[in-house]
Ligand binder design. Structure first.
Ligand SMILES: C[S@@+](CC[C@H](N)C(=O)[O-])C[C@H]1O[C@@H](n2cnc3c(N)ncnc32)[C@H](O)[C@@H]1O
Length: 486
């Protein structure tokens, strides 16, 4: 999950409590607590220390409620965990009508499982190793509570959260030849690269895993847990898995969002000179209802971000529909465009009449000429033949919004380069580029065709959804370039 987090400063919990008092939408039938998935226990654990939803200053807070009996009171949370069936797993549902901007869950940062930016391992491998160690420690603690209590030195026991995690997570890290063969070349390369990276990390951490009785299956599970349940916080560069909030599924039009809330004290510096400052309160990670509120019984969803289907499939193991961030790669980079254009004219890499060296020299020369031809006019005025940096021409795509702006000029220049003298094309240059674009789009669309060879035999639902999503964006782009099919 990669939604950009909103770090909220002076807002603090008070504002959220006020929002909670806002009128809720018209009432609908309430849910019976016994219908909830056992995963709801994690919500209580995660929100410990929170005053709870719907409380303002005049009401008793969570601390006073719990201290009276000496037993931790159950927070009257507005959300619970429910099994949503095949495909989505569990999710969060509203247990009553929820007002706009109401805080639904509030998790102390002490209970957020964070990546360590200085780790030399891939972030998810490092987090996976630490999760397995935490699981081991928690199991030991359950067997010998007295012994372990003293050893743990007050470290968080993650057991409740770990027991709430899905026992099986399936992402493309588990794909074999059948699934890889049904993906396109670009995505298959991403998956294989990621599989290799995780295998390499496994070799590095193997001795530490052996020491806690874990092997490849455990490691693969743990890595996939983090791929499918992490937020990324850009300010700190950390990945975060937030117990309880990690039960929220994705929709493109979510009913809730997330924020980090930092406690603030007014006049801290001045006051600290005359009085011992109180211990700092940890920041909290919150799940907050959207502006429309949420009706009782409705699923509480967030947006994992507006990504193309590659990102959803690779990390989360599913492809959403709709997928507003969808994009279809036409070319990996400028060099691939050059080779493709040359191939179309029969004199390029596809030609059998040229040896490898000659082809490579032609590709290099064409790339140089293209870089110069695309240079902005100012550079020529300066007397410099400075070209554009073709390193910036990577992942050239079409999206539902249109064609990558870098593609048409690149193709237009290339067509002239490749054809050389024969470039006296009657059509205007933009038309030529457009024809090339359409030709490439048709090639790519054919790769995802229902009756094409690529997808046959693979019934893996996320792969089928991936192919459908790519087919749709190719069809929309073709219609935009050539007019609607009659
Ligand atoms: C953060 S977890 C959400 C909780 C999860 N459903 C569970 O049972 O633990 C993310 C995972 O939920 C599933 N998921 C989330 N949103 C989904 C959606 N819109 N469609 C299908 N699966 C979804 C995917 O398996 C994804 O990897």
């Amino acid at each position: 999950m990669f939604p950009a987090l909103r770090a909220t400063r002076p807002t603090v919990v008070r504002a959220a409590a006020a929002a909670a008092a806002a009128p809720a939408p018209a009432s609908s039938p309430s849910l019976n607590g016994s219908e909830l998935d056992a995963g709801s226990a994690v919500l209580q654990w995660a929100c410990q220390g929170w005053e709870g939803p719907g409380l303002d200053d005049d009401e008793e807070g969570f601390n006073s409620r719990s201290s009276r009996s000496g037993v931790e009171a159950q927070l009257p949370l507005a959300v619970g965990v429910r099994d949503l069936g095949e495909g989505r797993g569990r999710g969060l549902v509203a247990l009553r009508d929820v007002g706009p901007e109401e805080t639904l869950l509030s998790v102390s940062m002490d209970r957020v499982f964070c990546s360590e930016p200085d780790s030399e391992l891939h972030w998810s491998a490092d987090m996976g190793l630490r999760l397995l160690k935490a699981r081991h420690a928690s199991r030991q603690q359950a067997q010998q509570p007295a012994l372990q209590q003293s050893r743990s030195g007050g470290a968080v026991d993650w057991g409740v959260w770990i027991r709430s995690l899905p026992t099986a997570v399936r992402t493309p890290l588990e794909y074999g030849d059948a699934e890889l063969g049904a993906l396109d070349e670009y995505m298959a390369a991403e998956v294989v690269g990621m599989q290799q990276c995780v295998q390499d990390c496994f070799e590095v951490v193997r001795p530490e895993l052996d020491a806690i009785g874990c092997g490849w299956e455990d490691f693969l599970w743990a890595v996939q847990v983090f791929h499918s349940r992490c937020f990324f916080e850009p300010t700190s560069g950390r990945h975060m898995t937030v117990p309880g909030v990690d039960m929220a599924n994705h929709t493109a039009t979510p009913s809730a969002g997330v924020r980090i809330v930092h406690p603030m004290s007014q006049g801290w510096d001045a006051t600290a000179e005359i009085a011992e400052p109180p211990p700092p309160e940890p920041s909290r990670f919150t799940l907050v209802a959207g502006e429309a509120g949420i009706r009782c019984g409705e699923e509480v969803t967030i947006s994992y971000g507006s990504w193309p289907s590659e990102a959803f499939l690779l990390l989360f193991g599913f492809v959403p529909s709709p997928c507003p961030g969808e994009a279809l790669t036409l070319f990996r980079d400028a060099e691939e465009v050059v080779r493709w254009c040359m191939g179309r004219h029969g004199g390029g890499p596809a030609s059998e009449h040229q040896d490898d060296e000659e082809v490579e020299a032609r590709v290099a020369a064409a790339l140089e000429q293209v870089a110069e031809a695309l240079a902005p006019p100012l550079a020529a005025d300066d007397g410099g033949a400075a070209g554009v940096d073709l390193g910036d021409f990577t992942n050239l795509v079409v999206t539902p919004q249109g064609v990558d702006g870098r593609l048409e000029p690149l193709l237009a220049v290339l067509e002239v380069q490749v054809q050389g003298e024969a470039a006296a094309v009657p059509a205007p240059i933009t038309t030529v580029a457009r024809q090339l674009l359409v030709a490439r789009l048709r090639e790519r669309a054919a790769e995802f065709a229902v009756d094409g060879t690529g997808g046959q035999g693979c019934r893996e639902p996320p792969v089928v959804a991936f192919r459908e999503s790519k087919r749709a964006v190719a069809a929309a782009a073709l219609a935009a370039l050539t007019g609607p099919a009659r």
